[in-house]
Write a protein that binds this ligand. Structure first.
Ligand SMILES: *Cc1c(COP(=O)(O)O)cnc(C)c1O
Length: 454
């Protein structure tokens, strides 16, 4: 157990010793952070006694909120039974086996195998390893290049960050030289005078052009999120995914669907590829698979690849000490049990429609240029001028201001570029959505006032 300390003492210790992810260390050392001490249902509590409605489901992972006692029990029971054993050297454990079967049951047809990791980043590293091995075994060792998208997010190990297309991340490390980025299907930012449908096709055709440039015999795979999450909830135009699917099929390029955010219900179906009607060869998952209660990720390996991997002798030289950790797997089984038994995803349509409708009432707000989203996540682009789409303030300062106002009003949301992003738990009710939208609206008002636009 942790000791009794005042908020100031916690903050001082934190500032002295704890390097936080995606944080400006200098700024943090001067300012300190919020000490989150507890959580219940869809609310988080801090050491100052604030209660904040979590409009982000933690980090897009606590899709069922914070009070799922059956997941806690599954984890603690498993720790009593078998706290750890590895899955190397011809050993296995019951929760890992059970979760593998449960995942096969909920993923689309043609996915019958899983490789476990502890995170989405490691799962995407694993994807590269799998894809390279697959083409080696097929006698096509030249096929090593991977195409991904600008402003995509695939994690933060070297390989995952290389796949990602975040400029500010690439500035701080040297990416893999066999990863290449094409445009993202972000109509509001890049669509210009094209219709969303025209723009979606144009963005997809960049994949074909990149394959031609690199040579079809050198390209192994294309990876993308169904909807870019961390990039700002960027929903591709309807024309985008069918064209991507066509290109991957015609050119013998594997398609990797990074479902770390979209998986397990966020888009209204079990997986985002189902919402958009495409058929990937590999699926990355993490985050909501355990409702965030334990670190767990992995890759669902489609039959096309699994059949080749299993038809050859020789070990796949990859694995992690905690691949298929029993306590994490137990959390995954319990999470999938809740999703299945309570039919959370099958019944989510109404509340998701309500969430999208209510957020769209904010489209009339003077500083909102676009409201987009689907399922249970959305983004609002903040503008100074609606028709020209001129940004509210340089360096995303408008969105940061608005986010801080929202948190001050008791609503946790995120600022991504010039957009406000929200992805609340799937278990919200209408009243809670009303509260979320009301608090966001007040933050928009305060922001408009701050910039003299009201
Ligand atoms: C969060 C995320 C990852 C990385 O997962 P970690 O568990 O943080 O390593 C990968 N892909 C997508 C789409 C994500 O949102």
């Amino acid at each position: 157990m942790t000791q009794a300390r005042s908020t100031q003492q916690w903050q001082a210790l934190d500032q002295s010793h704890h390097l936080h992810p995606f944080t400006d260390f200098q700024q943090y050392a001067g300012k300190g952070g919020r000490i989150v001490t507890g959580a219940e249902h869809i609310y988080i509590m801090d050491s100052d006694g604030n209660q904040i409605l979590d409009g982000m489901s933690g980090l897009w992972c606590c899709n069922l909120g914070y009070s799922q006692s059956t997941i806690n029990e599954a984890i603690t029971n498993q720790l009593q039974q078998l706290p750890y054993y590895n899955n190397f050297f011809n050993c296995s454990n019951q929760p890992a086996v059970e979760l593998a079967k449960a995942l096969v049951d909920v993923t689309p047809a043609g996915f019958n195998h899983v490789f476990f990791t502890n995170s989405g980043s490691e799962a995407n590293d694993t994807n590269i390893r799998l894809v390279h091995r697959y083409y080696d075994l097929l006698g096509k060792p030249e096929k090593k290049h991977i195409i991904s998208r600008k402003n995509g997010y695939h994690g933060s190990t070297i390989a995952a960050a290389s796949l990602g297309g975040m400029d500010y991340m690439h500035k701080q490390f040297t990416g893999l030289n066999y990863v290449h980025h094409i445009a993202q299907p972000h109509w509001f930012a890049d669509g210009g005078d094209l219709s969303p449908e025209e723009f979606g096709l144009q963005a997809a055709k960049e994949l074909e052009a990149k394959i031609d440039e690199l040579g079809e015999d050198k390209v192994a795979a294309f990876i993308a999120e169904p909807v870019q999450g961390a990039g700002g909830v960027i929903v591709p135009p309807a024309t985008y995914w069918p064209e991507i699917q066509r290109i991957c099929r015609e050119r013998d390029i594997l398609l990797i669907s990074d479902e770390v955010i979209c998986g397990f219900g966020r888009t209204g179906n079990w997986f985002g590829c189902e919402t958009f009607g495409y058929e990937p060869d590999l699926i990355t998952f993490a985050k909501a698979v355990t409702n965030g209660y334990q670190p767990l990720g992995g890759v669902m390996v489609g039959d096309k690849i699994a059949n080749v991997l299993m038809a050859h002798e020789g070990e796949f030289a990859h694995g992690l000490t905690y691949s298929g950790h029993p306590a994490a797997a137990a959390a995954g089984i319990a999470t999938l049990d809740i999703l299945k038994n309570s039919q959370i995803i099958e019944n989510s349509g109404e509340i998701m429609d309500y969430f999208q409708q209510q957020l769209r009432t904010l489209a009339d707000h003077p500083i909102v240029g676009e409201v987009r989203g689907l399922g249970m996540f959305a983004a609002l682009e903040l503008v100074k001028d609606k028709s020209s789409r001129e940004r509210l303030a340089p360096e995303s300062a408008g969105a940061v201001y608005c986010r801080d106002q929202a948190i001050g009003n008791g609503l946790m949301v995120r600022a991504v570029g010039d957009a406000m992003v929200s992805a609340p738990p799937l278990i919200c009710n209408r009243e809670e959505i009303d509260t979320l939208v009301d608090r966001l609206n007040r933050a928009l008002d305060a922001t408009a006032g701050h910039y003299g636009l009201k």
